[in-house]
Design a protein around this ligand. Structure first.
Ligand code: 4NP
Length: 150
C-alpha cells in the first residue's frame, strides 16, 4: 500500500487489508514515495479512525518505498495518480510496472479513482478514506483468498 507520506492513507490501507487476511499466508506492508515521515507513527487521525473501527495501526512506522519492494511484493496498490507516477519512475522492467495498481480500480461503483489526501482536512476526510479503503480491501482480500493456494 503506497501513498505520499505513509502516515495517513497507506497505513489505513495496510491495517484494514491485514485485518482481512490470515497473517501466516499474506504479508501486507505500506510505504510512502516521499521520505518526510520515515520512522514516524501514522497520523493521530488515522490511528483514531482505525481504532473506532476496531483496528490498531499504532505499531506501524513510516518508511519510504524502495526499488526492492518490486521483488518483495506481488501487488503494489497506490492511492492516487501522483503516487502511481512516482512509483512508475522507480520501475526497472515491465514486470515491475504490471504490479502497480490504483487501489480504487477494484471498485467498479466508484468513478473518481483517487483516494483523497486527508492531511490538510479534518476528521471527516479520514472517515471518508476509511470507508473507501474498507470497501476496496474487502474486494482485494476476496480476490486474494480465492486465488491463493492453501
Ligand atoms: P499521506 O498524506 O500521503 O496519505 O500519508 C500526507 C502526509 C504528509 C504529507 C503529505 C501527504 N506531507 O506533506 O508531509
Amino acid at each position: 500500500m503506497v501513498c505520499l507520506g505513509n502516515i495517513c492513507r497507506s497505513p489505513l490501507a495496510h491495517g484494514i487489508l491485514a485485518s482481512k487476511l490470515p497473517s501466516d499466508r499474506f504479508y501486507v506492508d505500506s510505504a510512502g514515495t516521499a521520505n518526510y515521515h520515515v520512522g514516524d507513527l501514522p497520523d493521530q487521525r488515522s490511528i483514531g479512525v482505525a481504532k473506532t473501527h476496531g483496528i490498531d495501526i499504532s505499531n506501524q512506522r513510516g518508511r519510504q518505498f524502495k526499488v526492492t519492494d518490486f521483488d518483495t511484493f506481488d501487488y503494489i496498490y497506490v492511492m492516487d495518480h501522483s503516487n502511481f507516477d512516482n512509483v512508475v519512475k522507480l520501475t526497472r522492467n515491465t514486470n515491475d510496472i504490471a504490479k502497480i495498481k490504483l487501489i480504487l480500480e477494484v471498485d467498479a461503483t466508484i468513478t473518481d479513482k483517487r483516494v483523497p489526501d486527508p492531511y490538510y482536512g479534518d476528521n471527516s476526510g479520514f472517515e471518508n478514506v476509511f470507508k473507501l479503503l474498507d470497501k476496496a480491501t474487502s474486494i482485494i482480500s476476496n480476490q486474494l483468498l480465492s486465488q491463493a493456494p492453501l
